[in-house]
Design a protein around this ligand. Structure first.
Ligand SMILES: *Cc1c(COP(=O)(O)O)cnc(C)c1O
Length: 377
């Protein structure tokens, strides 16, 4: 089955009891047992729920892993994954990862004795140099936010294997439609399903897929022990949203390419960052390891004042955090998602005050161009 067909017919289809074409919402906490321990596979909904199970089976199939798990948010998903590690363990983490990832490692798991070193994962040698005897995993995101730096999943996987450690990839920006980290050698892939997978700005959720059944079993133990599960209603919403992932991702990509090319031709824009542009420093790698470049673009209008003018004038780009939904969103990372990073560090990373990030939606691209045109002029 090809990916577009798998999105429609993958995982568990419908309901065998009634013939319902869509998986029903099993709004239930507990299940009748015929005798002690004799049941139909479900005992208690923290441990397992049929609607959540359908979603977990579906994402495992889409990512090509042995086991999928669904959580109440991307951060609940990551926190459960991080619970695989113990006091004294060390992680090598991308220096440009999602702010919440940085926060939970430095302010929560650090208190439990988990140590981490932050490196630019697009520099393979730097990752290798950061590995210590206590290192248990590499955690990376590709492309990153908002600078859209691309890291080589296969190369980092080779380093992880040589050192007998795990490679964890946050695949939120690309989704399994464009990029399959497990096929490139990663051990665990995780998502903020709140973004492209859900796709409609209506659900907060996280998904994890383990390549190996044993790691998957351990993660299920942690999911059940910690309890950060996704409820049946939200599991169903996500199943519904994901059915159209293929058509949505194609539209996001088409619109993003058109907008990136249009922005790159303007002389009032200092810099346009989009992995699909040949000018992007990791363009070739992006082309090699993924089937698409995604729907995120960052561009520099020169100053905070000019960025404010653009934000005030746009009509179809909603000023909001988050990304990956059908509607176009616009943000200024330096004062929104990345405000907690000290100004000096932001400057080092290249997150300038005039940097605008857009999550390109699936509106008619001519309307998006017209909107940016009037906002920039
Ligand atoms: C949003 C996001 C997260 C966190 O997910 P939530 O669903 O908001 O908890 C993690 N990683 C990336 C790349 C994200 O964009």
């Amino acid at each position: 089955m090809r990916i577009k067909t798998r999105l429609i017919h993958g995982g568990i289809e419908g309901d065998p009891h009634t013939g319902a074409v869509s998986v029903p919402i099993y709004q239930v906490s507990t299940y009748k047992q015929e005798a002690v321990g004799k049941h139909k596979g479900y005992e208690y909904s923290r441990t397992g729920n049929p609607t959540r199970h359908a979603l977990e089976t579906y994402i495992a199939e889409l990512e090509g892993g042995a086991r999928g798990l669904a959580f109440g948010s991307g951060m609940a998903a990551l926190s459960t994954v991080l619970s695989l590690f113990s006091k004294g363990d060390h992680l090598v983490v991308g220096d440009d990862v999602y702010g919440g990832t940085y926060r939970v490692i430095t302010r929560v798991f650090s208190r439990l004795g988990l140590d981490a070193t932050y490196v630019d994962t697009s520099n393979t040698a730097a990752v290798e140099a950061a590995i210590r005897p206590e290192t248990k995993a590499i955690i990376m995101e590709t492309p990153t936010n908002p600078l859209l730096k691309v890291s080589d999943i296969a190369a980092l996987s080779a380093i992880a294997k040589a050192n007998n450690i795990l490679l964890l990839v946050d695949n939120t920006f690309m989704t399994p439609y464009w990029q399959n980290p497990l096929e490139l050698g990663a051990d665990i892939v995780y998502h903020s399903a709140t973004k492209y997978l859900g796709g409609h700005s209506d659900v907060v959720a996280g998904l994890v897929v383990a390549k190996d059944a044993k790691v998957g079993e351990e993660l299920h133990f942690l999911q059940n022990a910690i309890g950060g599960i996704l409820g049946p209603q939200d599991s169903w919403l996500l199943l519904r949203g994901m059915k159209t992932l293929g058509v949505r991702m194609e539209e996001h990509e088409q619109n993003a390419r058109t907008l990136a090319n249009w922005l790159a031709e303007r002389n009032d824009i200092k810099r346009v960052i989009y992995p699909g542009l040949p000018s992007h420093p990791n363009h070739e790698l992006a082309k090699k390891q993924a089937r698409g470049f995604g729907g995120m673009i960052s561009f520099d209008v020169g100053s905070a004042e000019r960025a404010d003018e653009v934000l005030a004038k746009v009509k179809y780009f909603t000023l909001a955090e988050s990304l990956g939904a059908v509607e176009s969103l616009i943000s200024v990372p330096a004062r929104m998602t990345h405000a907690s990073i000290p100004a000096e560090r932001r400057a080092q990373l290249g997150i300038t005050d005039g940097l605008i990030r857009i999550s390109v939606g699936i509106e008619d691209v001519q309307d998006l161009i017209d909107d940016l045109e009037q906002a920039l002029s």
